[in-house]
Design a protein around this ligand. Structure first.
Ligand SMILES: O=c1ccn([C@H]2C[C@H](O)[C@@H](COP(=O)(O)OP(=O)(O)OP(=O)(O)O)O2)c(=O)[nH]1
Length: 152
């Protein structure tokens, strides 16, 4: 089953010069996001840039959100990941999808106009009624964390 999600193309080059990078038109698992730059952008080691994608989204359903994730190849081979590590797109957001690109590598990397720089997937969000209590019911783990169970 798939859900209708509204997208708005804000850059005339999308669909004309660069294919709109939905993984599929129906029942799509997600969308690649392109760098809608006017000219190539060199990201020096350690540098971060906020890059327009030319697509606005309105998810609408409060039971969903979207996440922007790095592309594996760019991250692994070239050190290009996200400045915010993961981008969360709220269901009521109606603006342009922006990608924070961070060069965590040791060498400069040039991003070309139209290049696919990140990917977006939709995720279900569980709505919770947070309840503040003074004590939790005991659990096996309790408050142990951060390696509490050992390495092997
Ligand atoms: O990588 C991202 C992350 C966020 N957004 C947009 C959609 C999101 O709904 C909005 C706000 O994001 P977030 O709530 O993470 O930002 P914030 O820094 O907490 O600011 P705000 O006060 O706007 O909530 O910015 C992007 O376009 N790209």
């Amino acid at each position: 089953m798939s859900q209708k999600i509204q997208l708005k193309l804000l850059d005339p080059r999308l669909g004309r010069d660069y294919p709109i990078p939905a993984y599929a038109t129906e029942g799509s698992a997600g969308l690649d996001l392109r760098a809608m730059l006017d000219e190539p952008l060199t990201l020096e080691p350690g540098a971060t840039a906020l890059i327009k994608t030319g697509i606005a989204i309105y998810i609408g359903d409060p039971g969903l959100a979207a996440v922007i994730l790095p592309r594996s190849g760019l991250g692994h081979k070239h050190g290009i990941v996200l400045g915010n590590l993961v981008g969360l797109i709220d269901s009521d957001y109606q603006g342009e999808l922006m990608v924070s690109c961070w060069n965590r590598g040791q060498t400069a990397f040039e991003i070309a106009p139209g290049e696919r720089i990140a990917q977006l997937v939709l995720v279900p969000v569980v709505r919770a009624d947070f309840e503040f209590v003074s004590d939790f019911v005991a659990s096996e783990r309790g408050a142990g964390g951060f390696g509490h169970t050992g390495r092997h």
